[in-house]
Ligand binder design. Structure first.
Ligand code: SF4
Length: 421
């Protein structure tokens, strides 16, 4: 059975799987139990000892499936394989559908490319006035600082670029990127991304933050990173002390499954939050990873416990070779319907599709407006109960217009006759 055919579940009934997903466990030491504590907690050691080859992977995981074996064999021509020892310990080698495993271990399906898939699904390259800078929205820019990540996500929307497996040869030109921002007074928001900006040394990252902070019209800085999840050891007190000098500085982390929120990650996020950095999370909606309500509820509730606001849930971009990881929009809407009203509003992310080709983020919501005309709006709540919102006197002063839009969406709900227009 395909995961798309599975029910999303009601997500409300207390179940043991949900309780287990909500636990904060340590990733443990696994194969690296002999490594001294100081080395294990050193992010440079973690980077140096990443799993990057088929041979290493086979040795650590003899249960590799034929699809994974073939995929890993070809990975270095598409998107490199890299997994930190810390993150590797979250993989369940006995479960071929382990949600952690599916995110970082290549599969041969990555070489199956459909006509509608793209290498640059968000149209970033066509919106780059200088190398490494994407200017698609009027008041903000995406500042790419590196093509390296601590580990590589198999659905990465920037896989044309990150890890340099396809020979893209990414070379950011910091001086030109900063100069462009300095010369464009409408840019008030800069998002540092990549690759992962937190792989830069503290010194190099501080250089960039300082240069950007010195530009008077830059109001707001953001860092997009998956480092707190792949490499929580990188979130050192020294890094936090440096970052807090450049407020307002926000951080968008990226996590997809509640098992990624370990005790180590919770502590690293706590250090960032204690430094006054508002934290948001961006998840990608992925088949066999987080396409069920129980998993998603555990993830968003656990994020709040880590002082992180679930910010966006992305429909997986149409990146080449990602069909085996893409869950359907229909299921995404069902899951959003199961979250809104059923759990804390702060825990509910905005579900979006980044419009293929470069149209920007489009919010996707379950339908709550059943019908609407100039006098009233008929809505349904999270329990499916129907309500009428009268606009009364205010709207009576409006000039009647034959073209006033009447919105109807009552087909899927048991709407009584009196509310139908
Ligand atoms: S961490 Fe981000 S940029 Fe790096 S591979 Fe994953 S999704 Fe792509």
């Amino acid at each position: 059975m395909q995961s798309d055919d599975l029910p999303v579940g009601d997500g409300n009934s207390p179940d043991t799987r949900f309780d287990s997903l909500k636990q904060f466990r340590s990733a443990g030491r696994g194969f690296w139990s002999d490594v001294p504590e100081a080395q294990w907690n050193d992010w440079h050691w973690q980077m140096k000892n990443r799993i990057t080859s088929l041979e290493q992977l086979q040795r650590l995981m003899p249960t590799l499936s034929p699809e994974e074996h073939a995929g890993t064999f070809l990975a270095n021509t598409k998107l490199a394989l890299a997994i930190t020892p810390y993150f590797f310990n979250l993989i369940d080698p006995a479960d071929e559908n382990c949600p952690i495993r599916r995110q970082v271990i290549p599969r041969i399906e990555e070489t199956h490319v459909a006509d509608w898939e793209m290498s640059d699904p968000c149209g970033e390259d066509s919106h780059s006035p200088v190398p490494g800078l994407v200017h698609r929205y009027p008041d903000r820019v995406l500042f790419l600082v590196t093509d390296r990540c601590a580990a590589y996500c198999r659905y990465c929307t920037r896989s044309r670029l990150v890890s340099n497996a396809t020979g893209y040869d990414f070379h950011p030109e910091f001086d030109r990127q900063i100069e462009y921002i300095r010369n464009n007074k409408n840019v008030r928001d800069v998002l540092l991304s990549g690759g992962d900006p937190l792989l830069l040394s503290d010194h190099k990252l501080e250089f960039l933050l300082k240069e950007l902070r010195a530009i008077p019209h830059v109001e707001f800085l953001r860092i997009g990173t998956r480092i707190p999840i792949f490499l929580p050891q990188r979130i050192t007190p020294e890094l936090c002390a440096m970052l807090k000098k450049y407020h307002p500085l926000f951080m968008s982390i990226h996590t997809n499954h509640p098992r990624e929120l370990t005790a180590e990650v919770r502590d690293a996020l706590g250090r960032l939050a204690d430094s006054g950095i508002p934290l948001g999370n961006q998840s990608v909606f992925l088949k066999h990873v987080n396409d069920d309500l129980t998993t998603m509820r555990a993830l968003v509730q656990k994020l709040l416990m880590c002082r992180v606001k679930p910010y966006y849930l992305y429909q997986c971009d149409l990146i080449s070779g990602s069909a085996h990881l893409r869950a359907s929009v229909r299921k995404g809407i069902e899951i959003m319907d199961g979250l809104r009203g059923h759990t804390t509003g702060y825990a509910v992310p905005q579900y979006v599709i980044d419009a293929p080709g470069g149209g920007g983020k489009v919010p996707i919501n379950p339908e709550y407006i059943l019908s609407r005309n100039r006098d009233r709006t008929i809505i349904r709540n999270f329990e499916g109960k129907i309500f009428e919102y009268e606009e009364g006197n205010e709207m009576q002063n409006h000039k009647p217009s034959e073209t006033f839009p009447v919105y109807k969406n009552s087909e899927n709900f048991n709407v009584p006759e009196w509310v139908k227009f």
